[in-house]
Write a protein that binds this ligand. Structure first.
Ligand code: ATP
Ligand code: MG
Length: 420
């Protein structure tokens, strides 16, 4: 076959869909419990929305965006992330209500032109939340706790919450100046990219995957020492609330975010089994972003979870026994039986019983094999004898036990908890 899925994209096949759907269902249930409602925004937006929010000097804007012109010459970009679109929608639809929070969650595909590797794709899915309208450190703690509860409920164990503060517009510039001085002094110890970052976006050096740079950065100044009193207090409050809630976390001086709009709290939730791409969840505050776009003063916080990474981690973490995907598999032998079988299948489905009908036209033996392959608990056989006396033969596919029952009772037998 000549066509393959484009580089950096991935099909989610039926065998994986149970875990995939669990990620989505759990998002609805956990985030719903905290009072979040779902939002859907377009997959593409004006390019300017992202360049302004994310920042001209970030990797995403410089190298990773899927940007194109439409037929009228409009500059559009496939969304690389969802915070900027949510903020755009919040302002555009005047969702600001004084003193109350705008709380939403989403899931959907994001697009970044990156070098594909395990846990890193060009089209990937994110599940995330945004809470817009409060600077309260307690909100940060609630949001981090919600992420942690979510990961727990999808079955992820052994995650670690990393926490830092990136300050605000009052104290961060002092820190980036100090960092710049350090990077200039030690420039021969850093890679080409980091030397450029020293001029354009110094904090990005902490995201460098180069080992030598990582070692060198252990001597770098840390932002904690440069935070203003308000940012320091805010950070202490967040960790205090997390302690109250019994949420384990570690302080991480080197945790910065790749996007410009972050302020104060930043966090990442890592899973050891994922190797180099070990962050399943990343988030933080963005207190100035709404205002920067001409909206009302609205401090905010959010996070995003990479669905493919979460799925990888859930899979390596626990091999759950697969549920049977069908209750009944109808095997009809002959034309008259076929009519009865189709009707029975339809009636069973109407009662919520998962039922498949065999269209192969094979012998009884062949169709039994199909029933087994389809992963059905029972086969429901309609042959000549069954037609005559209005019965069906139900066979337990695991034990091989069989029983003849009146066709009207098929539903009760197929939904029995124990065998037949
Ligand atoms: P990284 O440092 O891994 O590149 P990032 O800082 O670019 O991450 P965010 O933009 O904060 O990541 O995205 C949040 C989460 O989305 C990440 O923690 C990760 O789980 C997931 N993610 C980000 N980029 C990709 C990608 N290219 N492929 C798969 N998942 C991704
Ligand atoms: Mg990235």
């Amino acid at each position: 076959m000549e066509f393959k899925a484009p580089r950096g994209t991935k099909d989610i096949l039926p065998a994986e869909i149970e875990v995939w759907d669990r990620l989505v269902d759990t998002a609805k249930s956990v985030f719903g419990r905290y009072g979040y409602k779902r939002i859907e925004t377009p997959v593409f937006e004006s390019t300017g929305l992202f360049t302004r929010a994310i920042g001209e000097t970030t990797d995403i804007v410089k190298k990773e965006m899927y940007t194109f012109k439409d037929k009228k010459g409009r500059e559009l970009t496939l969304r690389p992330e969802e915070t900027a679109p949510v903020v755009r929608a919040f302002i555009e639809h005047k969702m600001h209500v004084e003193g109350s929070l705008f709380k939403v969650f989403y899931w959907g595909p994001m697009f970044r032109y990156e070098r594909p590797q395990a846990g890193r794709q060009r089209q990937f899915w994110q599940i995330g939340i945004e809470a817009i309208g409060s600077p309260d450190a307690a909100l940060d703690a609630e949001v981090i706790q919600m992420a942690s509860v979510y990961l727990h409920e999808i079955g992820l164990t052994g995650v670690k919450i990393h926490l830092n503060s990136v300050g605000d517009k009052c104290c961060r510039p002092k820190y980036t100046d100090a960092l710049k001085v350090f990077l200039k002094q030690e420039s021969e110890g850093f890679c080409e990219d980091c030397r450029i970052r020293a001029d354009t976006n110094p904090m990005r050096v902490f995201d460098c995957k180069n080992r030598a740079c990582g070692a060198k950065l252990r001597e770098a100044p840390v932002i904690m020492r440069y935070l203003c009193d308000e940012c320091k207090r805010h950070y202490a409050d967040v960790t205090g609330y997390l302690d109250d809630l019994g949420i384990d976390h570690v302080h991480d001086d080197h945790l910065v975010r790749g996007l410009d709009y972050y302020t104060r709290t930043t966090f990442e939730i890592k899973h050891a089994d994922l190797g180099a791409q070990d962050a399943v969840c990343a988030g933080g505050r963005y207190d100035d972003l709404v205002k920067q776009y001409g909206g009302p003063e609205s401090p905010a916080i959010g996070f995003a979870i990479g669905m493919e990474r979460a799925m990888l981690a859930v899979r390596t973490g626990n091999d759950r026994e697969e549920e049977k995907s069908l209750d009944g598999y109808i095997i009809a032998l002959g034309d008259d039986a076929k009519r009865k079988g189709m009707l029975l299948a339809s009636n069973l489905r109407a009662k919520g019983i998962k039922t498949a009908y065999d269209f192969s036209g094979k012998s009884l033996k062949g169709q039994m094999k199909n029933a087994d392959k389809a992963g059905s608990r029972f086969a429901v056989i309609i042959g000549e004898n069954e037609l005559k006396d209005g019965s069906v033969t139900i066979r337990d596919m695991e034990t091989g036990e069989q029983r003849s029952v009146p066709v009207k009772e098929a539903d009760t037998w197929l939904t029995k908890d124990s065998g037949i």
